[in-house]
Design a protein around this ligand. Structure first.
Ligand code: GLP
Length: 260
């Protein structure tokens, strides 16, 4: 796991976009794992900019989103399939056919979750998984208590997460209680995990993820078991890290050829 502490979200977005860009140049039909929430937005802005100005090409890429609410009608503006389309894939030349998310409206949710896992596997797995971080340490919608080996499945949201996400809805009552999410085991299978977290409200979760024990109480801590995880944080989100100076020193002295 590499922790990179940067002054602000612009530098974080540029570094995450560099990782996506070098992957796409190496492998034009790469599989991207796409996250929602506000944290990855500046990364999507930067990728859209590089597409417009530098011709960064997504035409052969594939996208799998992390999670979805259960029961929002198709096309609901806050369903994650709409959010990803609006915030990212429609702003670059992603083929809409190549973007898929878990189905929150399936009649048989367990079967749809299995089919989603099969679809990811059939594409050869996720090359680069973008992640945000919930204030309670969730990634995707894997709330505390999630099995560290879990696969795509239905979950119940914790009230804190519903309150955090109510800002996107007209009221808290409209925030669904159930979601489908890639599991922690699914996320662990990605070849490179890039997590973005900013702001003091994420400091405790960042500490638990990086320096706490690997434990279901902080689902993101499973990334300590990931062979290639990059944790990109600003100073405020890094403020509870014990080894912050060491992470800074390591990043500052990293050989230039190494990349993220
Ligand atoms: C939601 C998403 C997560 C995201 C989290 C944090 O709960 N399901 O994937 O990481 O929000 O969001 P934000 O980046 O807006 O703080």
């Amino acid at each position: 796991m590499e922790v990179v502490i940067l002054p602000g979200i612009r530098q974080i977005a540029a570094l995450a976009a560099d990782a996506v860009e070098s992957l796409l140049r190496r492998k034009p039909d790469a599989v991207l794992g796409l996250a929602t929430g506000s944290s990855p937005l500046p990364v999507y802005d930067e990728l859209a900019r590089r597409h417009e100005r530098g011709g960064l090409d997504f035409s052969r890429a594939y996208g799998f989103t992390l999670d979805e609410y259960v029961g929002l009608e198709p096309g609901h503006p806050e369903s994650y399939s709409e959010v990803i389309r609006r915030d990212f894939t429609s702003r670059v030349n992603f083929d809409p056919q190549n973007v898929r998310g878990p189905d929150g409206n399936a009649e048989d949710i367990p079967a749809a979750c299995r089919a989603y896992e099969d679809a990811i596997r059939a594409r050869g797995g996720v090359d680069l998984q973008l992640l945000g971080l919930g204030t309670d340490g969730h990634i995707g919608f894997n709330e505390p208590g999630s099995s560290l080996a879990s696969r795509t499945r239905i979950k119940s949201l914790i009230e804190q997460t519903r309150r955090d996400n109510a800002r996107f809805f007209r009221s808290l009552d409209e925030v669904p209680h159930h979601v489908v999410t890639q599991g922690l085991g699914t996320i662990l299978d990605s070849r490179h995990a890039v997590l973005v977290a900013t702001g003091a409200q994420k400091a405790q979760a960042v500490h638990d993820l990086v320096e706490g024990p690997v434990a279901a109480i902080c689902p993101a801590s499973v990334l300590q078991l990931h062979p290639h995880a990059s944790i990109l944080v600003d100073e405020a989100a890094a403020s509870s890290l014990k080894l912050a100076d060491y992470y800074r020193h390591t990043h500052d002295h990293k050989p230039a050829w190494q990349g993220l």
